[in-house]
Ligand binder design. Sequence first.
Ligand code: BGC
Length: 353
Amino acid sequence: MMKDPLLQSSAAALPGASLQKVCKLLVLFCALHLSVTLLYFMFGGESSYYTEPQQNQIHHKVNSSNEPSATQEPSSSAPAIGDCPDPSPLLVGPLRIEFSISVDLEQVRRTNPNVMEGGRYKPKDCKALQKVALIIPFRQRDEHLKYWLYYLHPILQRQQLDYGIYVINQDGNATFNRAKLLNIGYMEALKEYDYNCFVFSDVDLIPMDDRNIYKCYSQPRHLAVSMDKFGFRLPYNQYFGGVSALNKEQFEKINGFPNNYWGWGGEDDDIYNRITAKGMSISRPDAVTGKCKMIRHERDAKNDPNPKRFELIGRTRQTMDQDGIKSLTYKVIKTEKFPLYTKLTVDVGPPPR
Ligand code: BGC
């Protein structure tokens, strides 16, 4: 029988006993290596393998929040997928606002097909940066409301907000109480959706530039800074009337708005006092972006200037922690869901004699 020449030569090179020893050592080494590897995968290796993806998950969660995060990394972590860009690419800037045209709400509904019942909207292609409840204090101003809806729905959609419109209608004919209606709007809107921003707007004020974003900022925001009625400037530096925006935290910090201003005037000055008393400041757009137009009208019945307003404004710091959202009482009489807005008719109670 022919022998394998290679085998023959190596066998010849090593003596039999040494070859056996080398083979045994080799097998032992392989077995040891195999068991160490197995043990590593079964017990030791697993946790460290999954550490990184878990951290990444948490990281993404933080980034997907709507609030700007102080811990966000500049370029390494891209914004969470689907967040709407800031600013919205749909903005067009200055707008022509006229009140001589006639507005038909059925037509407004048709031209805003993505607005859902109750005046709710959210962008389809991206996650809105904020969830905004728009609160309008109201009584017998249907004509003005038509213009407001006609102009604001397209603007708010271009601003890519997740929003809802709440018209808070004061029941009865007693003296009007704007700030209390706003408090009620805040409470009621929150019962419906997890809003994180509240824009309080008079029904007769329309922004003239869609870059004046109806959202919340790191400080309470005054939006109606440049009204035609005041010659496109602030009537005074502390003015906080017309349209303002506060996030939930800012609103809670000042105990909401006062409930005891009956009739015209002063409640917005009280809100200003509350904000500064709690160490916050007012944020505003510039005078061009902040331009807005007011629908001219006669003074409403039962909304005469409040003679007590000066005295009340002088005592904000003493009264604000008691009078506000914590002491608010009211009754909802009727809830109506219209295609372009939600209307809540509320009993605010009687004014003091
Ligand atoms: C009133 C405010 C009002 C402002 C501008 C002030 O005297 O107190 O409530 O917004 O005038 O009309």
